[in-house]
Ligand binder design. Structure first.
Ligand code: R5P
Length: 284
């Protein structure tokens, strides 16, 4: 097996290659003066099982992934596995309003053209993978998150909504602590109440888990509610720290006690590595 790191995921790719104890090649990627992508793999052939690791967000990284797939095919790869740590467009997973595209499905269709297997990490909706015709697997970051927070005094794991309740259960069970989700109840046309569905937060060190932080709005609201419900401390661990605009500064300036994310996207708080979990999926 040979691991190829695209420019959006080089550190994670190196980590995965080191877990797998296999060869690592870094793609040579630059921009043409007009902004278009130029990429190259400095090898005569790639007659092996090839794993390309590259985020498909923002758009220019998607283009690089498509070009790297083409290189692997041309250099006679025995098989091509795409590891997409952060899958762009995952949230537009259905047509919400007539006239819109099914963006996540479109991405699967183009990315899957030359791939034999696709591995994602905490994809927004796992069902999206059904649009690929090849083998797929969505790696869960829960194990890496739980390992990171073991022995760190967490009493309660909470998801910001019922949709992510499974993630809180997974992390909570691994840590051997209570888990719950926040419930949103509409009180009137203008009033919404958000509170823990069952758990008593008083005096507890709470860890919020979510698949991603984009604007940070969800986490800021959840932190506020948990503090009002008596939590002693509130930290957050998300898989993908997208942090649009100044989200990271907003979160740091809030009363949150800790902000952590996985290294699917690299930034100053991406302290939790999913390299081991991805390597495990690649060995399967
Ligand atoms: C929602 O379904 C997701 O799981 C996240 O909670 C959401 O995308 C976070 O977005 P933001 O940080 O903009 O509130």
């Amino acid at each position: 097996m040979i691991v190829i790191g695209g420019s959006a995921s080089t550190n994670l790719a190196k980590g995965i290659a080191s877990e797998l104890e296999c060869e690592y090649i870094e793609a040579v990627t630059v921009r043409f003066p007009d902004g278009e992508c130029y990429t190259r793999i400095d090898r005569e052939t790639l007659e092996d099982d090839i794993v390309i690791i590259q985020n498909t967000y923002p758009d220019w990284n998607l283009v690089e992934m498509l070009l790297l797939e083409d290189v692997a095919k041309r250099l006679k790869a025995k098989s091509i596995t795409l590891v997409i740590p952060y899958f762009g467009y995952a949230r537009q997973d259905r047509v919400f309003k007539n006239g819109e595209p099914e963006s996540a499905k479109v991405m699967c269709e183009i990315l899957g053209l030359k791939a034999d297997r696709v591995i994602t990490v905490d994809l927004h909706k796992e069902d999206t993978l059904q649009a690929f015709k090849c083998k797929t697997k969505d790696v869960k970051a829960a194990e890496a998150i739980a390992d990171y927070f073991r022995e760190k005094g967490i009493d309660l794991v909470m998801s910001p909504d019922i949709g992510a309740a499974g993630r809180a259960k997974d992390v909570g069970t691994r840590l051997g602590v209570e888990y719950d989700h926040l419930n949103k109840t509409r009180l009137s046309g203008t009033e919404v109440q958000i509170k823990p569905a069952n758990a008593d937060c008083r005096g507890k060190n709470v860890l919020i888990v979510d698949d991603m932080i984009a604007t940070g709005g969800t986490i800021i609201a959840a932190n506020q509610q948990l503090k009002e419900a008596g939590a002693k401390s509130v930290s957050v661990a998300c898989t993908h720290g997208v942090f649009v605009n100044n989200a990271i500064q907003r979160l740091m300036g809030s009363s949150l006690d800790g902000i952590f994310c996985c290294n699917t996207l690299e930034n100053e708080v991406s302290k939790i590595s999913v390299a081991k979990s991805i390597a495990k999926a690649l060995r399967e």
